[in-house]
Design a binder for this molecule. Sequence first.
Ligand code: NAP
Length: 280
Amino acid sequence: MMRTAAVIGHPVSHSLSPDLFSFLAGLQAQKEFTYEAIDVPSAKLKEFIQQQRQMPERVGFNVTIPHKERLFDLLDNVSKEARTVGAVNVIEIKNSRWSGHNTDILGLQDSLLQSDADLDAQNVLILGAGGAARAAAFAVAVEGAKRVVICNRNQARAEVIVQDFKNIFSGTEFISADYSFDFAAENAKLVIQATPLGMSGIKTDDSDLRIFESLLNGVKSQQAFAFDLIYRPEETVFLKMAKRKGFKTITGLSMLIGQALATWEIWFSPITSRPEVFSS
Ligand code: NAP
């Protein structure tokens, strides 16, 4: 039977998911599978979901901006992780039941695993407090981070993450910060860049470079990691700066691939060995 999936968002034409999933279908010898990008404006989301419930060949959807936070009431079930992070980026359809998941967390964990970044009892710095930063804070806490400092230009938004997560992860201390925070004292193992600063089409100015510099100064010099969640370009301004300072770097592309592999497993079956082409 033909199975179909799609990424929904607005805009969605920039998405790499159709290429990624068609490629993965080829590797997994899944011949009867098609994947498309569907532009769904916010005002049409509810109607779209109702209409799609009549399509038995659908296995699920990937969800991107601006719908990740807006699907909760339209689904039959939402995983604990997606609810905690506050975002659904994958819908799984089984026996007419629509379930929401968050594979951004799994993509982040996969990237850390592939990079050998052991975070057990380590400190982590995160720049940004949006959906991706929430997934990052969740993932590093699951990986055993001891202390996570979340820095955002609007500190109040970072503080919301602290309040949401502090009772869930009792072994991890969460701190909110603004740009005036003294990162140098942190002695962290990993810094995660989770804002769009440096993304293709978004310019960085001197103040952005100063906050990158300030965060990188809070990371241990030996065996330290810098992770930028942006995947276009693959090597961002932040990663170039980190490389010059001798850091090991992790790109957003590895997270994108990790979340795609995790999505495939939710829709179909476990991928027993990681496709070589996806190994870093
Ligand atoms: P979001 O929810 O819109 O959050 C954006 C965050 O960046 C907020 O904390 C925002 O601060 C901050 N920000 C935006 N513009 C800024 C600026 N000019 N200066 C300083 N801070 C700024 O977005 P998101 O979904 O978290 O995505 C963040 C990044 O992660 C994007 O680049 C996205 O492409 C990337 N991402 C990658 C993957 C992957 O698979 N690799 C997956 C998801 C996301 P305020 O709160 O002050 O507005």
